[in-house]
Write a new protein. Structure first.
Length: 157
């Protein structure tokens, strides 16, 4: 008869890693689909005022944002409120060309539904906001929205 030799230490089972690349690619795909990239880098400080009666915009893709506030890099650009259109500082007279470019980026049927949203810092004087609104009137961009925070959502800032 043969003798059976018993190992002194039991060997551990190897884990099957054949499906590991599938799981990694599935997670990667999930995060790529669900992540929203910020479209505009802010160069102005925008601490929005609070409001109690607010409405959420229906179609965010039809909204053009104009940011107004003091520059984040005050030592370079000064402390006076500036206008930011997309990723650049702009003057008030640059607004008509900005609105026209935004209109050309959507279909003709959706152009009447476009809204211009003003994101204005709470310390900004109304003079620059009035100038922006006058330029918007001249190019017939009459749907204007003021972005605010809900009264009870205001963070300590």
């Amino acid at each position: 008869m043969g003798r059976f030799k018993k190992d002194s230490a039991p060997k551990s089972q190897k884990i099957n890693t054949a499906s590991l690349p599938d799981i990694i690619f599935m997670l990667l795909f999930f995060f790529m689909v669900t992540t929203v990239m910020r479209e505009t880098a802010l160069f102005v400080q925008v601490r929005m005022p609070q409001a109690t009666e607010i409405q959420q915009l229906e179609r965010r893709s039809l909204v053009s944002f104009i940011y107004i506030g003091p520059p984040l890099q005050a030592h370079i650009f000064g402390t006076e409120p500036r206008i930011q259109l997309n990723d650049n500082f702009a003057a008030v007279n640059d607004i008509p060309s900005f609105i026209e470019a935004e209109r050309l980026s959507v279909s003709e049927a959706e152009r009447p539904l476009m809204t211009t949203s003003l994101k204005v810092d709470r310390t900004t004087k109304m003079g620059i906001v009035t100038d922006v609104k006058q330029e918007l009137r001249q190019v017939n961009a009459l749907k204007i929205n003021y972005s605010t925070l809900r009264g009870d959502d205001v963070a300590a800032s």
